[in-house]
Design a protein around this ligand. Structure first.
Ligand code: SF4
Length: 373
């Protein structure tokens, strides 16, 4: 395969579980980490040979908390990938928890080829950080961002959360206003969803009144758009904002419904219209990384639904000609009824159809109509 690929590597270890988290992550255990790294490198090496991967355009080290690993451990994980040819403008991201890392660590990340850091800030209100069960405080956030900026890494992204229990519009506005004072290139903003099997679910399943209601959450979404856009961040995807040319190349690859490779516990790959899902069970993954792996062929209908669902998440929208070439059907004709029903939320040009910001707010309802079509 000569095409450049995107690679996701999952590191499922954290200091402790956050109260809202349903990601595949476990409290760190040194002994397990070593075993896990051995399995992960084996899986990567086998895939490179099986799929004859030669070129790489993006790597994303996510989790969990990959910044809990030492530089030696990270080097060991990425070693099999170093025999591939990296595109000139490759993007190599690692997720960082503000409780981890120091100036030297971030400098060392740069020296092993990592050029983008994504920091899990979530909020700048101390009470809300505690309520989320984050292990870091506000000082840790500022210190970490400063250390990263001094390390010479120039592409910095941060994650924020809104719609939190007891959070007011003013709380959210304060966080956004402070964040825009910092020199970060990319901001992801996620509305809280209470997931099953989380501490939040136990705490709030019978007491939803402390959660911001739909109206307040909508105000938070629109305020985010206004504050970040007026501070030079382009709203390029429902949850994502970037300074000029600083969009996440790795995530755009997902939204464009292109192939990607995922390695590690719970990781998912999408290769030649096949979805490959690794086990979520740590013991079984360590025993044999192929154990309990699920492989499903993506049907034509699913392929088309994915293209719509993912394409309309982007502000640029869905490319009409590309859609027609791929699916041999004219999008505007086939889905005319839905487009007319929600006409005030769509923006149609000669080449693209996209949702406006109010449409983005209703995207769950609108997009589900395409899936049920
Ligand atoms: S740091 Fe991230 S992955 Fe780890 S428990 Fe918290 S939210 Fe989950």
């Amino acid at each position: 395969m000569d095409q450049s690929v995107s690679v996701y590597l999952h590191i499922p270890f954290c200091i402790k579980k956050c109260n809202y988290c349903d990601f595949c992550s476990f409290p760190i255990d040194k002994f397990l980490v070593e075993k896990y790294i051995n399995c992960l490198t084996k899986e990567i090496t086998e895939a490179i040979d099986t799929y004859t991967i030669k070129n790489v355009k993006t790597i994303y080290l996510g989790g969990g908390t990959p910044s809990l690993l030492s530089i030696n451990q990270l080097e060991k994980i990425i070693r099999p990938l170093l025999k591939l040819k990296f595109e000139e403008n490759y993007e190599f991201t690692i997720e960082v928890n503000p409780k981890t890392g120091n100036k030297n660590y971030f400098r060392d990340l740069k020296s092993i080829g990592i050029n983008r850091l994504s920091v899990g800030v979530q909020t700048l209100k101390p009470e809300l950080l505690k309520l989320l069960g984050r292990v870091h405080n506000v000082n840790d956030i500022y210190k970490t961002l400063d250390n990263i900026q001094q390390s010479g890494i120039e592409n910095l992204s941060i994650d924020l959360m809104y719609g939190l229990p007891t959070q007011t519009l003013e709380d959210w506005e304060n966080t956004l206003n402070h964040i825009t004072q910092l020199d970060v290139q990319h901001i992801s903003t996620y509305g809280l969803k209470i997931e099953e099997n989380t501490i939040f679910n136990n705490l709030y399943k019978d007491n939803y009144t402390v959660l911001p209601n739909e109206e307040l959450t909508a105000k938070m979404f629109l305020l985010t758009h206004d504050i970040l856009e007026s501070n030079g961040y382009k709203h390029y995807e429902i949850s994502n904002y970037a300074k000029l040319n600083k969009e996440s190349i790795h995530n755009i690859n997902y939204w464009n419904n292109n192939d990607y490779y995922g390695f590690g516990l719970s990781a998912c790959s999408y290769i030649n219209r096949h979805r490959i899902e690794n086990s979520f069970d740590l013991d079984s993954y360590i025993d044999d990384h192929k154990k309990n792996r699920k492989i499903n062929m993506v049907t034509n209908t699913e392929f088309e639904e994915d293209a719509i669902y993912l394409g309309l998440r982007l502000f640029q929208g869905l490319n009409l000609q590309e859609f027609e070439n791929k699916f041999k059907v004219k999008f505007l004709e086939k889905y005319r009824k839905i487009i007319l029903k929600y006409s005030q939320y769509f923006y149609v040009t000669k080449d693209y159809i996209s949702l406006n910001k109010e449409g983005m707010l209703l995207s769950n309802n609108i997009l589900s109509e395409f899936i049920d079509f």
